[in-house]
Design a protein around this ligand. Structure first.
Ligand SMILES: Cc1cc2nc3c(=O)[nH]c(=O)nc-3n(C[C@H](O)[C@H](O)[C@H](O)COP(=O)(O)OP(=O)(O)OC[C@H]3O[C@@H](n4cnc5c(N)ncnc54)[C@H](O)[C@@H]3O)c2cc1C
Length: 400
C-alpha cells in the first residue's frame, strides 16, 4: 500500500504535465501508469516531432475546440501556450521553436525529448509503471486506487488522465471512460476525431501520395450541409487524409448512409479563369494547363482524354472538368476508424465538470483532464495544449 497527497492515473501527456505542476508546487504525488513507460502516445505525436502547443492567443485558440470552446477557455487562458512554452524551456530545460501556423516543436525535432524531460522533471521515484488501474473507491475522504493485480494506492485527491480510445496500443483504450462511469459520470459517446476517411478507393488509390494544397471541403449528410473545412488534402490508398479531411472526420455520423464530401480542389478557379487559361495555351495539352492549378497526376485523372490539346477543348468538356475541380464528390460508406484516429471525440460529459478546475461535480476531490474528457481539438498542437492547460487548472485548484 502506498499513500500520496495526489494520485494521477495515467502517465500520458496530461498526467505528466499534472505531475510536473504538482512537483513544482511541492505536492506529494504519485503517477500510476499501466505501461512499462510513460507517454507512449506522446512519443508518436507530430510524426515523432511532437507539436507540443500552438502559440495563438487564447481567444483565437479556443475556436479550435469545436463545441467545447467556451468550456476550455478558462484553462487555456489561465495557462496559455506562451506560458507552456516558458515552462518547458525554463523549467524542463527543452528548447522550442515555432513553425508555420504558430505550431511549436522541440528544436531537436524529437518527441522523446519532451517525454523524457517531463519524466525527469517529475522524478522517477514519483512514477509507478505497470499499474493498470481497475477501480477507484472513495471512503472517509480518501480515495483507494486499485490496480489489476491488487495493489492499492491511497490518496486525498485523484486526477484521472487516462486519455481517450484512439491508438489503443499506446495504453489509452477507453478504460478511463469506464473508471469515470463507475464513479457516476456520464460519457459522451466516443467516436473518431482527426481521422483519415475511406472513400472512392478506385479513384483515390492510384493517386496515393498526391497532396492538393488549399482545398475547401464540405461534408453533406442526407442532403444537409454538416461541416466545412479548408487546407491540404492527401490521397491515400483507401481514400483521403490531410488536415482538411481530418478536421471534418469528427462530423461523419456512425452510419454514413448518404454522406459525402464535396471538394473544391481549386478554390480560386472560376469558369472564366479556366476559359482564359485554356485560351492562353492553345497548343498545350489540357492536362498540362490544368497542372498549373492542381498536381499533374490529379489533373490527368480528372480528364477523360489526357491527350487532348487546349485548342480542342469544347465548352461541354470545360464545364465537365470545372465541375470535377469545384465539386469533386467523395462518397463515404464507413465511419472513420477510432483506433487509427489521432484523437477521440466524446468522453466525460463536460456538464459534470467545473470548467474552472476540471473538478468532478459528482465526486469531490476527483479531477478529470485531457482526452479523458469530452474535448477534442483540431490538429496543430491544440490537443497537447489542452492536456497541459487542463492539468494546470486541476493542479492549481488542488494546491490552492
Ligand atoms: C499519431 C498521433 C499524433 C498526434 N500528434 C499530436 C500533435 O503533434 N500535437 C497535439 O497537440 N496532439 C497530437 N495528438 C493528440 C495527443 O497525442 C493527445 O490528445 C494527447 O496525448 C492526450 O493526452 P492524455 O494524457 O489525455 O492521453 P494519453 O496521452 O493517451 O495518455 C493516457 C495515459 O493513460 C494511461 N492509461 C490508460 N488507462 C489506464 C489505466 N486504467 N491505468 C493506468 N494508466 C492508464 C495510458 O497508458 C496513457 O499513458 C496525436 C495523437 C496521435 C495518435
Amino acid at each position: 500500500m502506498r499513500e500520496a497527497g495526489v494520485a494521477v492515473i495515467g502517465g500520458g501527456a496530461a498526467g505528466l504535465f499534472a505531475g510536473c505542476f504538482l512537483k513544482m508546487n511541492g505536492a506529494d504525488l504519485v503517477i500510476l501508469e499501466r505501461n512499462a513507460e510513460c507517454g507512449l502516445k506522446l512519443l508518436i505525436t507530430g510524426h515523432g516531432r511532437c507539436n507540443i502547443t500552438n502559440l495563438k492567443e487564447p481567444r483565437e485558440l479556443k475556436r479550435g475546440y469545436h463545441e467545447a470552446s467556451n468550456f476550455v477557455y478558462p484553462a487555456i487562458n489561465s495557462f496559455p501556450p506562451s506560458a507552456c512554452v516558458r515552462f518547458i524551456e525554463d523549467e524542463v530545460g527543452i528548447r522550442l521553436k515555432t513553425e508555420e501556423n504558430d505550431r511549436v516543436f522541440p528544436v531537436s525535432d524529437k518527441a522523446s525529448d519532451i517525454r523524457d524531460g517531463l519524466v525527469v522533471y517529475i522524478g522517477k521515484d514519483r512514477i509507478i509503471t505497470g499499474f493498470k488501474c481497475v477501480s477507484i473507491r472513495k471512503e472517509n475522504c480518501l480515495f483507494e486506487v486499485v490496480s489489476e493485480d491488487g495493489h492499492i494506492v491511497r490518496a486525498k485527491h485523484v486526477i484521472l488522465a487516462c486519455g481517450g480510445m484512439s491508438y489503443p496500443h499506446t495504453g489509452s483504450d477507453g478504460s478511463g471512460f469506464k473508471l469515470a462511469s463507475a464513479l457516476g459520470h456520464s460519457i459522451a459517446k466516443p467516436a473518431a476525431a482527426l481521422a483519415t476517411v475511406n472513400t472512392s478507393a478506385e479513384f483515390c488509390g492510384p493517386l496515393a501520395g498526391v497532396t492538393v494544397p488549399g482545398v475547401v471541403l464540405t461534408l453533406y449528410d442526407r442532403g444537409a450541409k454538416r461541416a466545412v473545412s479548408g487546407g491540404d488534402l492527401l490521397f491515400t490508398h483507401k481514400g483521403i487524409s490531410g488536415p482538411s479531411v481530418m478536421e471534418l472526420s469528427r462530423e461523419i455520423p456512425a452510419r454514413p448512409d448518404n454522406t459525402y464530401i464535396l471538394a473544391d480542389l481549386a478554390p480560386g478557379i472560376t469558369d472564366r479563369s479556366l476559359t482564359e487559361l485554356i485560351d492562353s495555351k492553345p497548343r498545350a495539352l489540357f492536362a498540362t494547363a490544368l497542372a498549373s492549378l492542381v498536381p499533374r497526376r490529379l489533373a490527368e485523372s480528372l480528364l477523360d482524354d489526357t491527350q487532348i490539346k487546349c485548342s480542342g477543348v469544347t465548352s461541354a468538356e470545360r464545364k465537365k472538368v470545372l465541375l470535377r475541380l469545384k465539386e469533386f464528390r467523395f462518397d463515404i460508406n464507413e465511419a472513420p476508424d477510432i483506433n487509427s484516429a489521432y484523437c477521440t471525440r466524446g468522453g466525460v460529459e463536460l456538464s459534470e465538470l467545473d470548467r474552472k478546475s476540471f473538478g468532478s461535480g459528482i465526486i469531490p476531490g476527483l479531477f478529470i483532464i485531457g482526452e479523458n474528457t469530452d474535448v477534442d481539438g483540431i490538429s496543430g498542437g491544440y490537443n497537447l495544449a489542452f492536456a497541459a492547460a487542463s492539468a494546470h487548472l486541476a493542479v492549481k485548484s488542488i494546491v490552492g
